[in-house]
Design a binder for this molecule. Structure first.
Ligand SMILES: C[S@@+](CC[C@H](N)C(=O)[O-])C[C@H]1O[C@@H](n2cnc3c(N)ncnc32)[C@H](O)[C@@H]1O
Length: 264
C-alpha cells in the first residue's frame, strides 16, 4: 500500500466521521441516487459517507471498496446496524475487479490520494451498467485563499500539499474531474463547486470553519513530523496563525472543492 497523508490511527478515523457530518450539508444537495439500487463506493474509509448514503437513499445496497484493512475493519464496526445493506471489499481502486456490475458509483475525498485516477475511472466505468450514475467530490487545494498574510500557515500548507504529491496523489485533482470522466467515456458530465467564502460578516461561521480547518491540517501532522518535513513547533505556529486570522478585522477565508456527476 502506498503512503497515505492522513494515516490510519483512531483519531484520524474519528476525524473522517466528524468531517462527513460537518461537510455533509455542502456535499449532499448535489448528490442524487433516486432510482438506483446498487452502488459502488470507492475509497470508502471508515464508512462515514456510506452511513450518510444509506440514510439518504434507503433503496441502496452499497459495496464499499478501500485498500486499507484498518479502515474497512472500522467501517464494519461503524455500520454494523446496516450489515444487510453494505459489504466491504479490500482492493486497490487502480486494480478494481469485482466481477459484477452496479447502477451507481460514488467517490468522496479519495481520488486525491490515488496516483492514477484515470485508470480508476476506466475501471469503475467497466463495472457500471449503461445509464448508471456517478458522483465525485474532490479537493481543489489551490483554491485556498486567506487574508491577512499568515506565513506559518502558508509554509504548513505548502509542505502538506507537497507531501500529497510526493505520495503520488494530487491535491488539485478536483480541477481534473471533468477531464477524467470525459477520457473514460462518461457522458452528461456536470461540474459544480462548493466550499466556503467567509469573513467577519459571519464571525461564528468563520470560527466554525477555521476550527474545522485546523483539525484537517493537523491530520497530516504526525506523518509530516515523522518524515522530518515539519517540526512540532511549526504545527503549533500554523494553529496560532489561524487564531490570528479569527482576530483580524479584515479576515478572509475561502476554499472550493469540486463535484462532478455523469452518466454511463
Ligand atoms: C480521506 S479518506 C476518505 C474516506 C471516505 N470517502 C470519506 O469521505 O470519509 C480516503 C480513503 O481512500 C483510501 N484509498 C486511498 N488510495 C486508495 C486506493 N488506491 N484504492 C483504494 N482505496 C484507497 C484510503 O485508505 C482512505 O480510507
Amino acid at each position: 500500500m502506498a503512503n497515505y497523508l492522513h494515516g490510519y490511527d483512531s483519531q484520524e478515523q474519528q476525524r473522517l466521521i466528524d468531517q462527513a457530518g460537518f461537510l455533509g450539508p455542502l456535499i449532499y444537495p448535489f448528490v442524487d441516487y433516486s432510482g438506483c439500487k446498487k452502488l459502488l463506493e470507492v475509497g470508502s474509509g471508515v464508512g462515514a459517507q456510506t452511513a450518510v448514503l444509506l440514510g439518504l437513499f434507503p433503496e441502496l445496497q452499497i459495496t464499499s471498496v478501500d485498500y486499507s484493512e484498518a479502515q474497512l475493519a472500522k467501517a464494519r464496526e461503524n455500520l454494523a446496524a446496516y450489515s444487510d445493506r453494505v459489504r466491504f471489499v479490500s482492493q486497490d481502486a487502480q486494480e478494481l475487479d469485482l466481477g459484477e456490475k452496479f447502477d451507481s458509483a460514488f467517490f468522496c475525498w479519495a481520488l486525491e490520494h490515488i496516483p492514477d485516477p484515470q485508470v480508476v475511472m476506466h475501471r469503475v466505468k467497466a463495472h457500471l451498467v449503461p445509464g448508471a450514475k456517478i458522483h465525485l467530490t474532490e479537493v481543489f487545494n489551490s483554491t485556498f485563499y486567506y487574508e491577512p498574510e499568515l506565513p506559518a500557515l502558508t509554509h504548513y500548507y505548502r509542505v502538506y500539499n507537497q507531501q500529497q504529491r510526493d505520495f503520488g496523489g494530487n491535491p488539485d485533482v478536483g480541477a481534473q474531474l471533468g477531464n477524467l470522466l470525459a477520457h473514460a467515456g462518461f457522458r452528461e458530465i456536470e461540474l459544480s463547486r462548493s466550499g466556503f467564502h467567509l469573513d467577519q460578516s459571519q464571525p461564528e461561521e468563520l470560527r466554525r470553519f477555521v476550527e474545522f480547518w485546523k483539525i484537517l491540517m493537523k491530520s497530516g501532522a504526525p506523518g509530516l513530523i515523522e518524515s522530518g518535513l515539519l517540526r512540532p513547533d511549526e504545527v503549533k505556529a500554523m494553529e496560532t496563525d489561524l487564531d490570528r486570522l479569527l482576530e483580524d478585522e479584515n479576515a478572509v477565508f475561502f476554499y472550493q472543492f469540486v463535484q462532478a456527476k455523469a452518466t454511463v
